[in-house]
Design a protein around this ligand. Structure first.
Ligand code: MOS
Length: 745
């Protein structure tokens, strides 16, 4: 027995939700039993562009068990379409500004055109097949090749958060003065998120009050979005989502099914459960857009960047100017006087694309870091050295110093762990039998994006010494509930096994949607505020309690260990204090106000990626043999969950590099892949040894605990490191994702 409580923060605590999840006791949103539930099945448009000229629901309606069929003819009109704003802002956050079934227009294949509600899922599904739809079809535009001649530069993208064009200096002059130029066009297939738990909402009305069980990254975001769409006061909507089976960004915004479930439940006067099928997941919750990035880079002979021009072309929907912000990081992380970044969009017959796993950074850093590798090769300079030479300790776009960096340490320690030193830079020189072996590296970075509004949490300590700490946030598999238990325990001064984190419910204090790797930082800040606030309250109570051994002590002299307040030799336990005073519990709320947009710092998480590949010289097969990532994510709240996040992110990067792709059939405007059999993701057989090094940097700017986030940076740069290793192995520069066998034959 130790007499001190070791710091709870940072310990590799097992997941608090691990046992219920692996034993099947965890109830996901669609598994929560609601008596008398009816089932909704969505009918999607077969065409990608045009109008519904007739929709005959009589056969469907006549089937046994069918309660209603909703179409644009009888679905109530929405009260108001809220604007598209990223859910981190803490406002309503629809996935797009088009709500289906308000008129007969079809903008994209799979667009909801009917909802069949029946007493069983099977009956709803069967009846849905009997809905007869006639269309007036026009020619869809969905692919880059179809849209590239009719583009525009939007004023803003990404829900109005990011300008369509950014520049500094004079790029033409910078390129003209360069000794070496590299220039490449990078193409990317579209990606879909595909969490194992599909999107689902169960809606239950009690009078004019609505309860939703929703699988989401932000219950408050669902509450606000549905409130605006239905014209229902927020006070009448409660949203719960206790377990979420993955998301990857497709549950970051609130897509139409959540409100449709509520509308369906009102129509039939019963609770309604709406679960999207796997196929519908490809057309109903956003995707990462197909894109092309053109990057030109100039440097002096000694490897100093003189200019970067980074242009992106991608399709967006007919109603929103969305592009994932691929261009941001290339403007920020290297010292380079001249920069130009431009987004070009064209209107396409798809739904609005959305956040997906390092939205923007994962694709932008592929172009940037493959170009840096090419530049290093042209200069005859080591790729790590080239990056160190262009290191900047200020955000190169804003000129503001980084709140913290760690980038150099990531290069150095990552390189050491990987065994980078002594690498023969010549491509195609290492061979093992039929396999060509190569190594590559890339920088990683991901912005630290604070939410726009205050985040809140509540802490309660019971007289028996157990504690509950609460915040609305769901845990969508990242480990939030586990790490917040640690943050709460440390703040309160109790052991983690006495502390429980309760979450996933709008009746609990507000937290913005956990997106953009912001969750750990913002939630820990609120939980820390609540827990330390309660500790201070209890200490103050003790020193003013005449019956306390601590009576009269100075509060600043009191420390708390294992629920015991200590001042010198005097001690008083929380339990004794509360019991003595007939208090069943004590409670405090905590609030954290994030740094506002005018904080004079650049806030970025940094890392470095290294990969070794083997390429079969005859078959073009690429095997990733090992990966090393070194990351500086600020304070690490739990070494195990952080490592797990980063390992997972690196494996997404492997999938991005070699496997994940979806394509539009240009004739039909429909995705060619709509199931997990054909949409390839990395499985255990693809996964190499993944080595993660955590470099702790202190940061007093981003939030009280200095947490910069680990959710997405693991992916950033991983695909570039792999592509650079493929070049090193083969001498082939593939500027396309995913890299497939055909590219290497
Ligand atoms: Mo994350 S893709 O920003 O939800």
């Amino acid at each position: 027995m130790t007499t001190t409580t070791p710091s709870a923060i940072g310990q590799p605590l097992d997941r608090v939700d691990g046992r219920p999840k692996v034993t099947g006791h965890a109830r996901y949103s669609a598994e929560i039993p609601v008596p008398d539930t009816a089932y909704a099945y969505v009918v999607g448009s077969r065409i990608a562009a045009g109008r519904v000229t007739d929709i005959d629901v009589s056969a469907a309606r006549a089937e046994e068990g069918v309660l209603a069929v909703l179409t644009h003819r009888n679905l109530p009109r929405i009260a108001e379409q809220p604007p598209l704003i990223p859910s981190l802002a803490g406002t309503a956050a629809p996935g797009q500004t088009f709500f289906p079934m308000q008129d007969d227009t079809v903008h994209y294949a799979g667009q909801q055109i009917a909802v069949v509600i029946a007493d069983t899922w099977e009956r709803a599904q069967h009846a849905a097949r009997l809905v007869r739809v006639s269309y007036a079809e026009s020619t869809p535009v969905t692919t880059l090749d179809q849209g590239r001649d009719d583009t525009y530069v939007p004023e803003k993208i990404f829900g109005g958060w990011i300008p369509g064009r950014i520049e500094r200096g004079d790029v033409a002059a910078g390129l003209a003065e360069a000794d070496v130029l590299v220039d490449g066009t990078f193409t990317y297939a579209a990606n879909n998120h595909n969490p194992i738990e599909p999107a689902c909402t169960t809606a239950q009305w009690e009078g004019d009050e609505l309860l939703l069980y929703d699988t989401t990254q932000g219950v408050n975001a669902t509450q606000m979005t549905v409130s605006r769409l239905l014209g229902l006061p927020m006070s009448k909507i409660r949203v719960m989502g206790h377990y979420v089976g993955g998301s990857f960004g497709c549950k970051a915004m609130i897509h139409a099914h959540s409100a449709l479930a509520a509308m369906a439940a009102r129509e039939v006067g019963r609770p309604v459960k709406l679960v999207l099928t796997r196929e519908q997941m490809f057309t109903s919750v956003g995707h990462r857009e197909e894109q092309e990035q053109h990057l030109t880079m100039g440097a002096t002979r000694d490897g100093r960047l003189t200019a970067i021009r980074h242009h992106k072309l991608s399709p967006t929907s007919h109603f929103d100017d969305w592009a994932e912000p691929s261009i941001g990081v290339s403007s920020e992380i290297y010292a380079c006087p001249n920069y130009e970044g431009v987004y070009r969009l064209f209107r396409a017959n798809t739904m609005t694309p959305t956040f997906m796993r390092a939205p923007g950074e994962a694709s932008g850093m592929y172009a940037l870091e493959c170009s840096m590798d090419e530049l290093a090769h042209e200069l005859g300079m080591d790729p790590v050295e080239l990056r160190l030479r262009n290191y900047t300790d200020v955000d190169a776009m804003s000129g503001r110093p980084w709140s913290s960096s760690g980038q150099r340490e990531c290069y150095e320690r990552g390189a050491r762990r990987f065994g980078w030193a002594g690498r023969d830079p010549r491509p195609g020189t290492r061979r093992e039998g039929n396999w060509l072996i190569g190594t590559g590296m890339a920088a990683a970075c991901y912005p630290v994006a604070p939410p726009a509004n205050p985040q809140r949490a509540r802490a309660r300590l019971y007289a028996d010494g157990t504690a509950v700490v609460q915040a609305a946030t769901p845990d969508f598999g990242t480990g939030v509930a586990t790490v917040m238990t640690q943050v709460a325990a440390e703040g309160l001064g109790v052991s983690v096994d006495r502390c429980r984190f309760e979450n996933g419910d709008t009746d609990l204090p507000n937290i913005a949607a956990a997106v953009g790797s912001a969750g750990a930082g913002m939630i820990s800040a609120a939980v820390h505020a609540a827990a330390t606030g309660l500790r201070e309250q209890l200490i103050k109570r003790a020193v003013t309690d005449p019956r306390s051994p601590l009576h009269g002590a100075d509060t600043v002299d009191v420390v708390v260990r294992d629920g015991v307040m200590i001042a010198g030799t005097a001690t008083d336990a929380y339990t004794e204090l509360l019991q003595r005073n007939f208090q069943p519990d004590a409670e405090a709320s905590g609030q954290w106000s994030p740094p506002s947009g005018d904080v004079p710092y650049g806030m970025m998480t940094f890392g470095a990626q290294f990969a070794e590949v083997a390429v079969d010289a005859e078959l073009g097969l690429v095997r990733v043999r090992r990966m090393t990532g070194a990351f500086a994510p600020g304070r690490v709240l739990n070494a195990r969950t952080a490592r797990s996040q980063l390992t997972g992110g690196m494996l997404w990067g492997l999938g991005q590099a070699l496997l994940e792709a979806n394509y539009m059939n240009p004739d039909t405007g429909r995705w060619v892949n709509s199931n997990l059999g054909e949409y390839l993701v990395a499985v255990n057989a693809d996964a190499p040894d993944v080595d993660v090094e955590l470099i702790e940097v202190e940061d007093s700017i981003v939030n009280p605990l200095g947490v910069k986030g680990v959710g997405e940076i693991g992916q950033v740069g991983a695909a570039a490191a792999i592509a650079n290793a493929v070049h090193h192995a083969t001498g082939r520069r593939v500027r396309k994702l995913p890299i497939t066998i055909e590219d290497l034959l």
